[in-house]
Design a protein around this ligand. Structure first.
Ligand code: ATP
Ligand code: MG
Length: 607
């Protein structure tokens, strides 16, 4: 299917949204024009000593390396990197690795690989010392642990933080709730010197895990519970994947995140709506540290947008892990998984994911669901204009042309045929293949007793073998089960496609086929949605109860010879069937041909 109107989606005007408007407003006002850049993350004096920041804005994509990226992350990646690109800025890849327990190097590597695969490595390039040599703006939050600790000591000294020795239960009770203000901890009024001594003991490992925490001193009566003296540091003896056992206290995410943004000179810190209530604390913290001279103004600003929810898809890391560990799927890169590794193996392209992210919009409307069909539509639009075509028979049954020797002089004769690699790109050339006495056709293309409107093979009917000849069906030999085992036909002379007079015999049906002589056998994985319900875990439903039992059907197919040399990740349109990709893993492993169905030619879900 080709659609000239949408053939060049990248050319379409970028839709505006509230974050773009905020950036444009800042650029116009020069809100960040005075900033300097110290060449890497650092505190206020570090940046002040640097040159004026060559980046007009700085954004960041800040994954926690505790799992594989999924389709929701693709949206955040697209948003942050494309904004930086569009406005003369830079986007940082930041590993938000402040939580020692769940983070691993394996995830760091796969996250980096996926960001590059999505096509954003060029956006890292920003290296004045070596022009043309891309230097990734890749940072680790754990590199800032020293600063975070120093900032905490400053807050204590300035009377903005205290060590609380209440039990977690007491602290929870003291925080109050939506309708009840909190109550002060008995430790809240402790003098700074005493707090500092305690905090240093925490760091030195003199107290057991959970014995005490460092809290901000803000407002226990605030209507925003996040401002009721939130925890900044906790004691946790855990080995960190990068800092090892250097620390036995770790910063809380809500404390670390604004600091990371500020040290990296981020201008527009974009996150999902759940963090909206954290924004007052984000601002409070950065104001205090700027007052104290640890950071320089202007501070970054946080903007929240609605997270991407995709129909029939689950993005909770915990639930994705359950699918893998309980073997409902073959692994993190199972082509049915919404992980970027899975989507890649399924055959989705970076272009399609970017287009999909862009079209899903940037809004503040929570609970909006994007139809999965929109991803397939983006795939078709980006792939159709250049994917090579091929014929494949997914459920083969043999067709024998009985008058072959009569027409061509010998049963062994092979008649060369060809088809364009792409119907709109003659420059890509032709795919050659052979028509012989025996060909493979789709089982569903033959009916002994045709239903109304069926124009393909049934006794007495004429159809065209695409790019070949018109044939007339004689009937079929059946197996014990009563299914057609061999379909029989006669060829009609002088009807070869592309020759004069080929159209003299009118037919209503055209079928695809692959020659028995030169067809190549291949395994084809026909994938479908992993869940039968649009919102698999809605209302607390057990998402495993709505797994689609037909999400994978594997068939032994026969494909045309041009596919024998397919390389891993080559994508094709199988005529009449949809878009397919040569599997990354299986193709790398050996000579076996394995194709995955990415999407059909049109949306058929729910019909
Ligand atoms: P966790 O459940 O572990 O918190 P997370 O999905 O928030 O997982 P992070 O690694 O913290 O994962 O996410 C990195 C970035 O991706 C964050 O800025 C987050 O807001 C964004 N992000 C995550 N999921 C989505 C989503 N569905 N739509 C848009 N952005 C998302
Ligand atoms: Mg998160």
């Amino acid at each position: 299917m080709s659609n000239p109107k949408t053939a060049a989606p990248a050319e379409a005007a970028k839709p505006s949204h509230f974050i773009r408007q905020a950036i444009e407003h800042d650029l116009e006002k020069g809100s960040y024009a005075s900033r300097r850049w110290g060449g890497g993350p650092g505190d206020g004096p570090h940046h002040q000593a640097g040159a004026p920041d060559p980046a007009k804005i700085r954004t960041r994509f800040p994954p926690e390396p505790n799992g594989y990226l999924h389709i929701g992350h693709a949206k955040s990646i697209w948003l942050n990197f494309s904004l930086a690109q569009d406005y003369g800025g830079v986007c940082h890849l930041r590993f938000d690795d402040t939580n020692p327990e769940k983070e691993e190097q394996e995830y760091v590597d796969s996250i980096r690989e996926m960001v590059h695969w999505l096509g954003w490595s060029h956006a890292f390039a920003d290296n004045p010392a070596q022009p043309g040599v891309p230097q990734p703006h890749e940072y680790f939050a754990s590199d800032d642990f020293d600063f975070m600790y120093r900032a905490a000591e400053y807050l204590i000294e300035a009377g903005h933080a205290y060590v609380d020795e209440q039990t977690p239960e007491q602290m929870r009770a003291g925080r109050g709730d939506f309708g009840t203000p909190g109550t002060d901890s008995p430790f809240r009024a402790r003098p700074p010197a005493e707090n500092l001594a305690r905090f240093r003991e925490m760091r030195a490992g003199q107290h057991p895990d959970g014995a005490m925490v460092l809290r901000a001193r803000i407002d226990m009566a605030s209507p925003n519970i996040n401002l009721r003296d939130p925890t900044l540091y906790r004691i946790r003896r855990a080995t960190h994947h990068r800092t090892g056992d250097t620390w036995c206290i770790y910063p809380m995410y809500t404390y670390a995140h604004p600091i990371e943004d500020a040290l990296e000179q981020i201008t527009h810190s974009i996150c999902t709506l759940e963090f909206e209530d954290q924004r007052p604390f984000y601002d409070w913290l950065l104001e205090r540290l700027t007052e104290g001279g640890l950071l320089v103004a202007p501070p970054p600003r946080q903007y929240e947008f609605a997270r991407l929810n995709v129909g029939h898809v689950i993005t909770s890391k915990r639930k994705l892990r359950q699918l893998v560990e309980e073997r409902h799927v073959s692994g993190w890169d199972d082509p049915r998984m919404p992980t970027l590794a899975g989507l890649r193996r399924r055959g989705y392209t970076p272009e399609a994911l970017r287009l999909f992210a862009e079209r899903s919009g940037v809004t503040k409307t929570s609970n909006a669901w994007t139809d999965y069909a929109a991803l397939d539509a983006a795939l078709r639009e980006t792939l159709d204009p250049h994917a090579p075509r091929a014929m494949a028979v997914l459920e083969p049954v043999k067709l024998v042309i009985e008058n072959w020797a009569e027409v061509f002089g010998s049963d062994a004769h092979l008649e060369p045929c060809h088809a364009p690699v792409h119907p709109h790109h003659p420059e890509l050339g032709q795919r050659p293949f052979m028509l012989g006495k025996e060909v493979w056709i789709e089982r569903s293309d033959y009916e002994e007793t045709p239903p109304k409107g069926f124009f393909r093979l049934f006794p007495g009917n004429k159809v065209r073998l695409k790019y070949g000849y018109v044939i007339e069906c004689l009937g079929a030999t059946k197996d014990e089960a009563g299914r057609a085992s061999v379909v029989r036909a006669n060829l009609i002379k002088d009807t070869k496609s592309g020759t004069p007079g080929a159209d003299s015999v009118k037919v209503k049906g055209v079928i695809t086929w692959v020659g028995v002589a030169d067809g190549v056998s291949a395994t084809v994985n026909l994938y479908d949605r992993l869940f039968t319900e649009e919102q698999p875990d809605a209302g607390g439903r057990d998402f495993l109860s709505v797994l689609n039992p037909h999400s994978l059907q594997t068939v032994q197919a026969v494909v045309e010879p041009s596919l024998a040399t397919a390389q891993p990740e080559d994508r094709f349109q199988f005529e009449r069937h949809g878009f397919f990709v040569a599997d990354r893993r299986e193709h790398q492993a050996g000579a076996k041909l394995v194709f995955n169905r990415i999407a059909g030619l049109k949306d058929s879900w729910g019909k």
